[in-house]
Design a protein around this ligand. Structure first.
Ligand SMILES: [Zn+2]
Length: 474
């Protein structure tokens, strides 16, 4: 009889016997076995397959079956049985290919598969089933351990989460300074501050992340939306219950922040956020136009190549108006601070509710909306029935209507209330740009009128400012 032609199959995986055993070592052992048996190695195949039952297609394994089916080999060599098949289903395919061709399978570690007799096939099947069960059992054990840790609120390693200190036993205590930053950031966010202005503020004060880095959008968003901020334990997106560690913010605030930060409109506004006070607020004064002006770069001095920013009408042909942004801002700020320092003007807002009340209402409204979408989610997942969903929706909608009615009454003074009884200049000076824009929006309309003169000569008379309300003649 001629020499047996053999294919060597090697596989790297993290599961079961020989974890991390390199392909080179597996191949060497198989070649030694082939030499001892007097077989000729005609083909070597390998796969890098680090998860046992991932279901990912194994190119090398497929090539082995291909070689068997086309009669190119008489024998298969592998390091260990569990290198060859990952599942009973794969074993059946293998048996189907080997049996009619009397293919011999030998393992470098020990043993062989005799698939030519029914008792040999039975042995192979039993060993495969046992290996499968062991692997599944291990996966279950890992999953159970994770679930338990998540339930207990034990920290599973890595840098301690911003806001807490981790004890050696994995439990947590509040890091008061960091917790205050989270509370402040949530409050600012719900009061209308942008994520960007909070990032800038944290970095300006040299407050760093738990890994000692400066903040950015991603890291701040991640920290502010963590369920554990509200003492909730979550695994794979599902709320399991309350953690044993101290909460930093209330559950309602958490829901509201998550809602706010997952709003797609907000995501867009992060990248397109205005860099100028009046961009998109001031409008074109050309009769029949009235479009919001955009900030644009214009030449200041062509020979020197210097530029400046202008507010420009978006109409074709360069727009109807274009005016120096710095100059318009300065003028508008002057008028605005003048209005805000007039007691008679601000008494209009003095009767409004305190900003904290408004914030509480906003938080409640967002929390209710979040509860509605959570209920819809549970219904989709089959956890609650349609009638339960209807009942929850009806109840939350009733509450939402009340909250929104109260909110509509109260938001009137929201952006301006902070000026009541205070010197407006220092208040204005500490406001982030997006808060300043909110004040302008609420307080006045700004119209940039076309100039009869050529060029971009600035003239305050060509900017019309009208208070939106207040005592007549303000
Ligand atoms: Zn225009």
């Amino acid at each position: 009889m001629t020499k047996k032609r053999a294919v060597i199959y090697c596989r790297i995986s993290q599961d079961r016997t020989g974890a991390g055993l390199g392909v080179a070592r597996q191949r060497e052992d198989c070649e030694r076995l082939a030499a001892r048996l007097g077989w000729e190695v005609v083909q070597v195949e390998s796969d890098n397959d680090t998860s046992a039952y991932s279901g990912k297609k194994r190119q090398g394994y497929a090539a082995v079956l291909e070689a068997i089916r086309h009669g190119r080999v008489d024998a298969v060599l592998a390091w260990h049985e569990d290198r060859l098949h990952r599942s009973p289903r794969e074993l059946e395919d293998y048996i189907e290919a080997c049996e009619p061709r009397a293919i011999v399978t030998r393992f470098a570690q020990a043993g062989e598969l005799d698939l030519t007799t029914s008792s040999g096939r039975l042995t192979a099947r039993i060993r495969g089933a046992v290996a499968r069960q062991e692997s599944e059992h291990k996966a279950e054990r890992v999953k159970r351990a994770q679930l338990q840790a998540a339930r207990d609120g034990r920290w599973l390693g890595g840098a301690p989460p911003f806001g807490w200190n981790i004890r050696p036993d994995g439990s947590a205590t509040l890091n008061r300074a960091e917790a205050r930053e989270i509370q402040g950031a949530c409050k600012a966010l719900l009061a209308g501050a942008s994520l960007g202005s909070i990032v800038a503020d944290l970095n300006a004060r040299n407050v760093s992340t738990s890994t000692g880095r400066p903040w950015n959008y991603t890291s701040l968003r991640q920290v502010l939306t963590r369920p554990r901020n509200a003492g909730l334990s979550v695994l794979n997106g599902e709320v399991l219950g309350r953690l044993t560690w101290p909460a930093i913010i209330s559950e309602d605030t958490h829901r509201a922040v998550v809602k706010l930060l997952s709003d797609p409109a907000r995501r867009r506004s992060v990248t397109n956020r205005a860099k100028w006070l009046l961009a998109g607020i001031a409008v074109c004064g050309k009769a029949g136009c009235g479009q919001p002006l955009k900030s644009a770069t214009a030449a200041r001095n062509r020979s020197k190549g210097t530029t400046r920013t202008v507010y420009r009408c978006p109409a074709g042909g360069g727009g109807h108006v274009a005016r120096s942004a710095n100059a318009v801002d300065e003028h508008v700020e002057g008028v605005l601070l003048g209005l805000l320092s007039r007691e008679d003007f601000l008494t209009v807002f003095a009767d409004g509710p305190a900003p904290e009340d408004t914030e509480a209402l906003r938080v409640e409204a967002m929390s209710l909306r979040e509860r509605q979408s959570e209920a819809a989610d549970l219904f989709i997942k089959g956890r609650i029935t349609g009638s339960q969903l209807a009942q929850i929706s009806e109840e939350t909608q009733r509450l939402l209507d009340q909250v929104e009615a109260a909110l509509a009454d109260s938001t009137r003074g929201s952006a301006l209330a902070q000026f009541v009884g205070r010197d407006p200049q220092p208040v204005w000076a500490t406001l982030a740009l997006d808060r300043r824009r909110a004040v302008v929006r609420e307080l006045m309309t700004v119209t940039v009128l076309p100039s009869a003169r050529r060029g971009n000569i600035y003239d305050p008379e060509l900017v019309s400012i009208k208070p939106r309300r207040g005592p007549s003649g303000a």
